[in-house]
Write a protein that binds this ligand. Structure first.
Ligand SMILES: Nc1ncnc2c1ncn2[C@@H]1O[C@H](COP(=O)(O)OP(=O)(O)OP(=O)(O)O)[C@@H](O)[C@H]1O
Ligand SMILES: [Mg+2]
Length: 269
């Protein structure tokens, strides 16, 4: 099992959109996925499940621990399950022990592994301090969604330095990749920033695939579904997340062919 967090310094860069759509693509590709909403705003839960605000979730688990299976919510895809954020406001009123958070996160990941989960994908709030810092440090990998805008040239190195500090402090988290989001291919500035980032960063640090800015992503959030489910047959942009999922499998060693596995399937008997 691997645990992957998203992280960004700035808000609104497309983390939640990525998490919902990537979780769906990974599940469709046959992985057992647990999508965990660690954002106190509860964006994943609120967009996917109407009852999200009334059930216990991630924050109740952080505060009290207990049986993880109780807070796992199924979806129509058997391979995809979700843990909503819960009610962080109640949790903070009851007071909570910050020093217990890393242990609880480790418990959560262990329980997910016992459940048979292949990938835990954790959506985070903007910024990399507080709970998000603990979440990123607990994970094996982090994906860094980055908007294609001039500020990125300064903010990406800064974020990479922060992650290097986490590693120096003993965390094992590695960067799965920087993922450009909201790219406007018809805007010279957006294309220029994308090119400059690729030139500036070590080879292979960025996902080959980027996410264009498209109105259909807004429509999907409004409907509360992955973009693949906005039409009876998935629209072309849904394939973007299949491509990101396939890249992620390579980047994280999620897919390791074994001696026992033939590595290919037969089409007929
Ligand atoms: N590629 C895209 N094209 C167009 N709109 C997008 C795209 N990605 C995200 N959006 C929209 O932009 C807004 C912010 O996206 P999202 O909520 O995924 O960002 P976030 O990084 O999770 O934000 P926060 O930091 O507040 O949690 C949403 O309304 C979403 O529908
Ligand atoms: Mg979000």
């Amino acid at each position: 099992m691997i645990a992957i967090a998203t992280a960004s310094q700035k808000g609104g860069v497309g983390k939640t959109t990525l998490c919902i759509n990537l979780a769906y693509s990974l599940a469709k590709r046959g992985w057992r996925v647990l999508l965990v909403d660690t954002d106190p705003q509860g964006a994943v839960g609120l967009s996917l499940a109407k009852s999200a605000k009334t059930r216990d979730g991630f924050y109740e688990f952080l505060m009290r621990g207990g049986d993880l299976n109780r807070i796992v919510v199924p979806t129509r895809l058997p391979e995809l399950e979700i843990i909503t954020a819960g009610r962080p406001e109640t949790c903070s009123r009851e007071g909570w022990a910050v020093h217990e958070v890393p242990g609880r996160l480790a418990d959560l990941l262990r329980a997910a592994e016992l459940r048979g989960v292949d990938v835990v994908l954790l959506d985070t709030a903007a910024g990399v301090s507080g709970t998000t810092e603990a979440v990123v440090k607990a994970c094996d990998f982090v994906i860094l969604p980055q908007q294609a805008e001039p500020l990125a040239i300064r903010s990406v190195p800064h974020l990479l330095e922060t992650l290097a500090r986490f590693r120096a402090e003993g965390a094992g988290v590695r960067v799965a990749g920087i993922l450009l989001t909201m790219v406007m291919n018809d805007q010279a500035m957006s294309v220029k920033v994308a090119r400059e980032l690729r030139e500036m960063l070590p080879a292979n640090l960025m996902f080959q695939q980027s996410i264009p800015r498209l109105p259909s992503f807004l429509d999907a959030s409004a409907l509360g579904v992955p973009v693949a489910l906005t039409k009876r047959h998935p629209p072309p942009e849904a394939l973007i997340f299949d491509q990101i999922a396939a890249e992620l499998e390579q980047r994280t060693d999620l897919y390791k062919p074994t001696e026992k596995e033939p590595g290919h399937a037969s089409l007929m008997d």
